[in-house]
Design a protein around this ligand. Structure first.
Ligand SMILES: Nc1ncnc2c1ncn2[C@@H]1O[C@H](COP(=O)(O)OP(=O)(O)OP(=O)(O)O)[C@@H](O)[C@H]1O
Length: 226
């Protein structure tokens, strides 16, 4: 489904350019539960910005479901992102003056889905993440773990092809982290959601089915390759 071939990424710095990602090649198939591990500054965010169709300034080939995404115009590239990727962030990125239900509904509102269907799907998806009945709460009244569940609900409500979670347990204590990882595992096993989790926490790295390790912008190991 996701196929990266010799991806190189450079950032402009002053007069020169710095080489951040070096010849990164790997595939992710539908239904996989993949971790990307690496130290701070190793290039993980740079890589997932490319995988999640946020950044298209790179060298190499990214094919998605068989099509090279570099041929898409900006509008199509944006709809590719909106239709296929759900994002979960370390700091949840919830809108504080909107209720839980309104936060979760956002992707469907942007997609023009009718209110009745939105309400139904919001309730279903909140049940799915263990927050049935929390529709009217404001995010600040929830614990960190509950806020992360809301952001996972928002990420999955549009039925994306894959999820990208960037340090999703980074702001949580170890017990809550384990609960959030259990939820990701459940979504992967039961709903067959393809999940890519970025982390520098070895405990999180141990729980994925396949672990890619990045060092200084290079892919140095992939447990999915025999
Ligand atoms: N917009 C930018 N312009 C120039 N350099 C950048 C830019 N964004 C990131 N970098 C550099 O690219 C390298 C990789 O950064 P990146 O954020 O991808 O690492 P990371 O592995 O995600 O780190 P962290 O775990 O701290 O989030 C770093 O050296 C960083 O300073």
């Amino acid at each position: 489904m996701i196929s990266l071939k010799k991806i190189n990424k450079y950032y402009q710095q002053g007069d020169g350019r710095v080489h951040i990602l070096h010849d990164i090649s790997f595939d992710v198939n539908e239904g996989e539960f993949v971790g990307i591990m690496g130290q701070s500054g190793s290039g993980k965010s740079t890589l997932i910005n490319i995988i999640g169709f946020l950044d298209r300034e790179y060298e190499g080939t990214y094919s998605f479901k068989g099509d090279d995404v570099s041929y898409l115009n900006n509008k199509r590239f944006t709809s590719l992102r909106n239709q296929n990727v759900g994002f979960v962030f370390q700091n949840f990125k919830l809108i504080q003056n909107l209720t839980v239900a309104e936060n979760v509904a956002l992707p469907l509102m942007y997609a023009g889905v009718k209110k009745k269907e939105i309400d139904q799907r919001v309730s279903q998806v909140l049940e799915r993440v263990g927050l049935g009945g929390y529709e009217k709460y404001l995010p600040l009244r929830l614990s960190g773990g509950q806020q992360q569940r809301v952001s996972i609900a928002r990420a999955i409500i549009g039925k994306p092809t894959f999820l990208i979670a960037d340090e999703p347990t980074g702001a949580l204590d170890s017990h809550t982290s384990a609960e959030i990882m259990a939820l990701f595992k459940q979504l992967n096993k039961e709903n067959k959601t393809t999940i890519i989790i970025v982390t520098h926490d070895p405990k999180v790295g141990q729980q994925v089915d396949r672990l890619l390790t990045i060092l200084d912008g290079k892919l140095i190991s992939d447990t999915g390759v025999a």
